[in-house]
Design a protein around this ligand. Structure first.
Ligand code: ZN
Ligand code: ZN
Length: 177
């Protein structure tokens, strides 16, 4: 599971290693975002009140190519780093907080309550951030022809160089009976 008891962190760092499907790991992810097992590695270390979690997620997701509109599977490996601090710390003024020296302000902080750290949210977030802004099924995808709509990776264009007028596209295959 993706939870660690604070108690076990008092002694030493804890390394979480999981390879399983998102639902089994308790990750509420759309099926498209996780088309196979997720490999997760997360190292947790406790310094003072602050727990630093650092690791990576590796998996595959189903994307749609921006050019040819075909679905394709894409692999990724994404890194994350986050620090967990007890909820009680949130109310402290920074100058009163002598634990501040342990907290790194460049790392996202999550406040937690109780005696468990649950990294599931962070893993889910990392997967969501792995979705690329632009997706191409392959380097130099040739896309769809603007005229006949054929997938140029698979077929050759039927337009024979003539500029097509979309208004007549439906008539092109029409045959008198
Ligand atoms: Zn494509
Ligand atoms: Zn064409």
């Amino acid at each position: 599971m993706l939870k660690v008891e604070l108690r076990s962190l008092e002694q030493d760092e804890v390394v979480l290693q999981e390879v399983d499907l998102a639902p089994k790991l308790g990750l509420d992810l759309a099926p498209d975002l996780s088309t196979g097992p997720l490999e997760i590695c997360c190292r947790l270390t406790k310094t003072g009140d602050v727990i630093l979690a650092k690791g990576w997620v590796k998996g595959k997701m189903l994307l749609t190519c921006d050019r040819c509109l075909q679905p394709f599977e894409s692999g990724y490996k994404s890194f994350f780093e986050v620090q967990y601090r007890p909820e009680a710390d949130e109310k402290l003024e920074p100058e009163e907080d002598d634990e501040e020296c342990y907290a790194d302000s460049s790392v996202e902080t999550i406040f937690f309550a109780g005696d468990m750290i649950d990294v599931a949210d962070e893993i889910r977030q990392t997967v969501l951030l792995s979705v690329p802004m632009r997706a191409l099924c392959r380097e130099g995808c040739r896309g769809l022809c603007g005229g006949c709509g054929v997938n140029l990776n698979v077929d050759s264009c039927q337009c024979t160089g003539k500029p097509t007028d979309d208004r007549w596209a439906k008539l092109k295959n029409w045959k008198p009976q």
